[in-house]
Write a protein that binds this ligand. Structure first.
Ligand SMILES: Nc1nc2c(c(=O)[nH]1)N[C@H]1C(S)=C(S)[C@@H](COP(=O)(O)OP(=O)(O)OC[C@H]3O[C@@H](n4cnc5c(=O)[nH]c(N)nc54)[C@H](O)[C@@H]3O)O[C@H]1N2
Ligand SMILES: Nc1nc2c(c(=O)[nH]1)N[C@H]1C(S)=C(S)[C@@H](COP(=O)(O)OP(=O)(O)OC[C@H]3O[C@@H](n4cnc5c(=O)[nH]c(N)nc54)[C@H](O)[C@@H]3O)O[C@H]1N2
Ligand code: SF4
Ligand SMILES: [Mo]
Length: 666
């Protein structure tokens, strides 16, 4: 009997592509992993991150047992412990804190490091509701875009991105497709082969901008002014789809009034573009059908991010581009899955109305002395907030509190796990079953376990079952097994077909959106009123200040998840600060010069890269590197030491990119 087996899985990373894969094992050891050639979206390809996934799975740095801290918080000094001992330590402390302060002293903090239905958020909801824990509000990713979009459309649902293949005009607006959503690029290439023009609107000349037919580079955060000027031109030149507006739109007069002051000349000054380019963009967009706007997340990371997405909806709406296959507006399509994967079953034991604390301002929450009760117990899983939350200086200050008990579930000793009192080892995606709803296409993925858990690691769901038992809880719903949890959520999806095939298209794939109204708002109309441009605080800055962007820009990184692994960080070369020739010359800096990049919040020491990718007044530091990748410095650092934790206009997101810094020679 052959001991070689191949199983089908789906990538769990926080990435729109949710690629299908095949894992081959020999005598229980994974020996090969490749893209599933039958997967209609990823078409057999993975990416420079996951092509080395088995090195991640079998890395000598994997956490394989529970750990209990022996050194100071942040030192990374731990000893191994048995599961029984570690669970007992946690259960005892959590009970004691709840007895003293009530359940709300417990804060569960989980991001999207694993997007599988079960691993992302399932039994944890029941367990923390049972404790009466606080819950988090807002998100590092997606909530601003979704909220801004829904203010106009009344729903989160947007156009299937793969229909871009039918477009004749494509605007990639604030999305770096070739880096962040690489499996969509072949569909865009199809459109181009059929004669489409590809336009990129981004403050950075990205790899996607390099591949476009036309690159428009506005000053960061001024897009709403640019869109209002496009609307101004569309109205002035009678390019509005009158029939569509009359039947399916509310608030058109308010939009016209708001766009009146945004002449191309006015917007050109605000956005640092030419009035001529703004007119051309408006005319080409409004007169070419189908025209598709594709956007994702990057542009939401601003104080006025919600307004940007709300304004963006107005473009396909007043021009009727929604009417055409290949037209419309495509952002995350996660909302399409709600009809078929009902995750509200995880809320079966309705939580008491507990307080909500800001997810994105973790540092502020942990250091807020007025909080009653204080957060004295923090659970972190599926995320690395010390590297990924804004104002990392405050996050670390909070995690250093003596009276805070921190529990982290992780695959690796991250910069966050170093602050934990107890660490539990987590499985990787090839060690557990799950289903994966996507946000970049309309296929639901199955994920089969290919190997047994490495060491004593467990899936998140098993951690919650074990913890519930250690806490002495007995409600059966806290112990439901993984397959039963999955089955209980599926609506109109055949479990066996999904498992056997590795993926299924959503039954709604092919459904036309808003071709004839059908928006979520009153009367099924799209509400285009209330769109205003509010300049970000960073628009008024001192002459020697620079706007700092901290974007994703490494093909081998997935947020903070790969920089520490040998085939990733080393090849990307280490952190740096990029600046225009103009800003470098002003400061007497040349390529390779070592500088201080600083503001009131924090300071980094970095080598300079002089670049033609940025305009004057804007600098960029890639995010995702861990502390040990930075040279020098008195204590731990991260790119997010510098970033703003000010609130966004809606959605509880992060204005990472509305940050000001100064740069001086060291
Ligand atoms: N290789 C790789 N791929 C990834 C990730 C990764 O870390 N590495 N992360 C994944 C995750 S979590 C996400 S959310 C997606 C994000 O996918 P994207 O949203 O496509 O990527 P971002 O780089 O966050 O942002 C896209 C662009 O927005 C631009 N931007 C910033 N401010 C503005 C603005 O004011 N106006 C305009 N027009 N553009 C602006 C940035 O310069 C950037 O080029 O990528 C996913 N894919
Ligand atoms: N400056 C700046 N900051 C940013 C961004 C930016 O563009 N600029 N982007 C933001 C965005 S869009 C996002 S989405 C966030 C991402 O930030 P996070 O959500 O914190 O994501 P990651 O950094 O990928 O960390 C995910 C962690 O989860 C762990 N993990 C993976 N699978 C499992 C599992 O099954 N169980 C457990 N217990 N752990 C698991 C991984 O080992 C990894 O350490 O970062 C945000 N931060
Ligand atoms: S990280 Fe994204 S592109 Fe890479 S394999 Fe996973 S889903 Fe595909
Ligand atoms: Mo994200």
């Amino acid at each position: 009997m052959s001991l070689v087996k191949t199983v089908l899985g789906t990538c769990h990373h926080d990435c729109p592509d949710s690629c299908g894969w095949e894992v081959t094992t020999n005598e229980g050891v994974a020996v090969k992993m490749r893209g599933n050639p039958r997967h209609p979206f990823s078409q057999g390809e993975l990416c420079p991150k996951v092509n080395h996934f088995l090195d991640r799975v079998y890395s000598p740095d994997r956490l394989t047992t529970p750990l209990i801290r022996t050194g100071a918080k942040g030192s990374g000094e731990f000893r191994s412990a048995s599961w029984d001992e570690a669970l007992a330590v946690v259960a005892q402390r959590v009970h004691a804190e709840i007895t003293h302060h009530g359940g709300e002293t417990v804060l569960p903090w989980s991001s999207a490091g694993n997007q599988g239905l079960l691993q992302m958020s399932s039994l944890d909801r029941r367990l923390f509701a049972r404790m009466g824990a606080s819950h988090t509000v807002g998100a590092l990713c997606g909530s601003v875009a979704r909220t801004g979009y829904a203010l106009a459309t009344g729903t989160g649902v947007s156009t299937d991105p793969t229909t871009v293949a039918h477009a004749k005009y494509v605007i990639l607006w604030g999305t770096n497709t070739r880096l962040t959503n690489r499996h969509l690029w072949p569909f865009i290439d199809d459109a181009r082969r059929n004669g489409a023009k590809i336009v990129v609107v981004d403050p950075v000349r990205t790899v996607t901008a390099d591949a476009a037919d036309w690159f428009v580079q506005p000053r960061p955060g001024t897009d709403t002014a640019l869109m209002l000027a496009m609307i101004h031109v569309i109205v002035r030149e009678n390019l509005v789809d009158r029939h569509y507006v009359e039947h399916f739109v509310r608030g058109f007069d308010d939009l016209v009034a708001a766009s009146r002051e945004w002449t191309p000349e006015h917007a050109a000054a605000e956005c640092r573009l030419s009035a001529n380019d703004i007119e051309t963009l408006a005319r080409e967009y409004a007169t070419t059908s189908p025209a598709m706007i594709r956007t994702l997340i990057g542009a939401e990371h601003r104080e006025n991010g919600g307004a940007l997405f709300r304004a963006m909806v107005c473009l396909p709406t007043i021009t009727g581009q929604w009417r055409h296959v290949g037209g419309g507006l495509s952002r995350s399509v996660g909302s399409w899955f709600g009809e078929y994967v009902d995750d509200s079953v995880f809320d079966a034991t309705a939580p008491a109305n507990t307080r909500g604390l800001s997810f994105t301002q973790l540092g502020q929450v942990l250091t807020d002395e007025t909080l009653d009760p204080p957060v004295n117990v923090l659970f972190v899983w599926n995320g690395n907030p010390v590297i990924t939350c804004p104002n990392a200086v405050a996050t670390r200050r909070g995690l250093l509190r003596d009276d805070l008990f921190t529990v982290v579930s992780e695959q690796f000793m991250t910069d966050t796990a170093k602050y934990a009192d107890v660490v539990f080892p987590a499985t990787t995606q090839i060690e557990h079953i799950d289903v994966v709803p996507a946000w970049g296409h309309l296929y639901l993925g199955w994920n089969e376990a290919a190997i047994d858990p490495v060491g004593e690691s467990v899936p998140n769901t098993e951690l919650w079952r074990r913890l519930a038992r250690a806490m002495g809880y007995t409600e059966p719903e806290l112990f439901e097994d993984d397959e039963s949890l999955i089955r209980s959520t599926l609506r109109g999806i055949d479990f066996d077909e999904l498992r056997g095939n590795g993926f299924v298209p959503l039954p709604s794939k092919g459904r036309r959106l808003f071709a004839e109204g059908g928006f979520g708002g009153i009367d099924g109309r799209c509400d285009v009123s209330g769109v205003r441009y509010v300049p970000a605080s960073t628009c008024s800055k001192a002459p020697d200040e620079l706007v700092l962007l901290t974007p994703k820009q490494h093909a081998r990184f997935l947020n903070s998840s790969y920089s520490h692994l040998p085939k990733h960080g080393v090849y990307e070369g280490g952190p740096f600060v990029e600046m225009s020739e103009f800003d470098a010359a002003e400061r007497g800096l040349v390529e390779g010069a070592v500088v201080r990049v600083f503001n009131d919040q924090g300071e980094l020491t970095l080598p300079v890269r002089v670049t033609a990718r940025l305009t004057a007044g804007v600098v960029a530091v890639p995010f995702g590197w861990w502390d040990h990748d930075f040279a020098g410095g008195a204590g731990p650092v991260a790119a997010n030491d510098l970033t703003s934790d000010a609130p966004t206009d809606c959605g509880g997101g992060v204005a990472y990119h509305d940050t000001l810094v100064r740069v001086t020679h060291l």
